[in-house]
Design a protein around this ligand. Structure first.
Ligand code: MG
Length: 393
């Protein structure tokens, strides 16, 4: 029997790669449902190629256009924000690939966990803002959460070399992004184009800006805490510009087990689908002799303040990661829209963290969404009031 897969966020970079991987693994895997927000052209092409039973466009206007264009489509076309939850809990679906950008994917991730699915989680935000809620819901309903984020997939694979009690340290690698060697003053004034110029990975704009600020790695530290049930003190970050060693686990005896591969998301996507098996797929093979050397350096926490904040936020837990993530989403959108300089992103995050009333635990989706809404509104208010936001020199 083919494994039936639902892809939430099919028109994004992960979604497109997931469709390619599943096509290559056919007939062992098949696409049962896909969803996207409003990229109508690409979505219609995907529906025609993958022929899912259910397709959802969360934007009602875009869904209307889809229905007109896909006249001959035999399946169902859903719309509205609840359509993601509906897809994530479809009884026939075995695996839900959650690749929706930002916190918007959380209700669907929770629904997949409640339905006892295998949840291949590609967007880090649900684990960052609702780590306890999501992992606890998955435990109660027998759902499995598998990482798709390349670093966490690497850690997950390396973890198979020993028991959890034998793990001394998880070392998350980071490319360092486009500003690794840029002076801090210059980085703070960077343009959108410069921030989007990632040296090794090809990804969507939000995560590419997060990589440039190293906010992405900060979110990944919090993600690792929940995925692997580790205290934050056991997590380290190491800059590795070649993005070939995807992460490592250091065991108590001093052995370090790393996972290597070309920088291609198809490999971690495929591993989450076929786990615990490995099969031949579509990924290019790693040729170390062509690379010659791999380099490593410690991250500059003074320059990449988002990363330093990430460790603090991971330690605080509770409401801090919710505010950290929401403020960043608003700030990154403002940066992409040309409203603020690059250096102001982290300023806005810091201001929101300072202004919020911390809660030590958040155990309901309503409380979480209220905190998320507060942080978004507060950050938006700061944006209106920009002269008050000091850009540190
Ligand atoms: Mg990653």
């Amino acid at each position: 029997m083919a494994k039936k897969v639902a892809i939430l966020g099919s028109t994004g970079s992960i979604g497109c790669n997931a469709l390619e991987v599943i096509a290559a693994l056919s007939p062992a895997f098949e696409v049962t449902a896909i969803s996207a927000h409003r990229s109508v052209d690409l979505f219609c092409r995907q529906v025609q190629t993958a022929r899912p039973a259910v397709a959802a466009m969360t934007d009602p206007q875009a869904a209307k256009v889809c229905r007109e264009r896909l006249g001959g489509f035999k399946g169902e076309i859903l719309t509205g924000p609840d359509s993601l939850v509906e897809i994530a809990s479809m009884p026939e679906v075995d695996i839900v690939v959650c690749a929706v950008v930002g916190a918007a994917g959380l209700p669907a991730a929770l629904a997949a966990a409640r339905a006892g699915k295998t949840l291949a989680i590609a967007n880090k935000e649900p684990l960052v803002i609702a780590g306890e809620l999501l992992t606890e819901t998955a435990r109660q309903h027998g759902a499995t959460i598998l990482p798709v984020d390349s670093e966490h997939s690497a850690v997950f694979q390396a973890m198979r070399s020993g028991s959890r009690a034998e793990v001394d340290k998880v070392i998350l690698t980071a490319s360092g992004g486009p500003f690794r060697t840029t002076a801090i003053e210059q980085m703070c004034r960077a343009t959108v184009q410069q921030a989007l110029n990632h040296p090794t990975w090809s990804m969507g704009p939000k995560i590419t800006v997060d990589s440039a600020s190293m906010m992405n790695k900060a979110l990944e530290v919090i993600e690792a805490v929940w995925l692997f049930g580790l205290p934050v003190d056991k997590i380290d970050v190491l800059i590795h510009p070649e993005s070939v060693v995807h992460s490592m686990v250091e065991f108590v005896d001093g052995s370090v087990i790393a996972q290597l591969g070309t920088p291609d998301m198809k490999l971690p996507i495929q591993y989450a689908l076929t786990y615990p098996k490995r099969v031949r797929g579509v990924c290019e093979r790693l040729r170390l002799e062509q690379l010659g050397k791999l380099t490593f350096e410690p991250p500059d926490l003074r320059k990449f303040r988002a990363l330093a904040l990430g460790f603090e936020v991971a330690r605080s837990g509770g409401s801090a990661p919710v505010v950290f993530n929401a403020a960043n989403e608003v700030a990154v959108n403002a940066f992409l829209a040309g409203r603020i300089p690059f250096g102001t992103i982290v300023e806005l995050i810091e201001r929101s963290l300072d202004a919020h009333t911390p809660k030590s635990r958040i155990l309901s989706l309503d409380d979480l969404m209220a905190m998320d809404a507060w942080a978004r509104a507060y950050t938006a208010e700061c944006l209106v009031d920009l002269p008050k936001v000091m850009i540190r020199k």
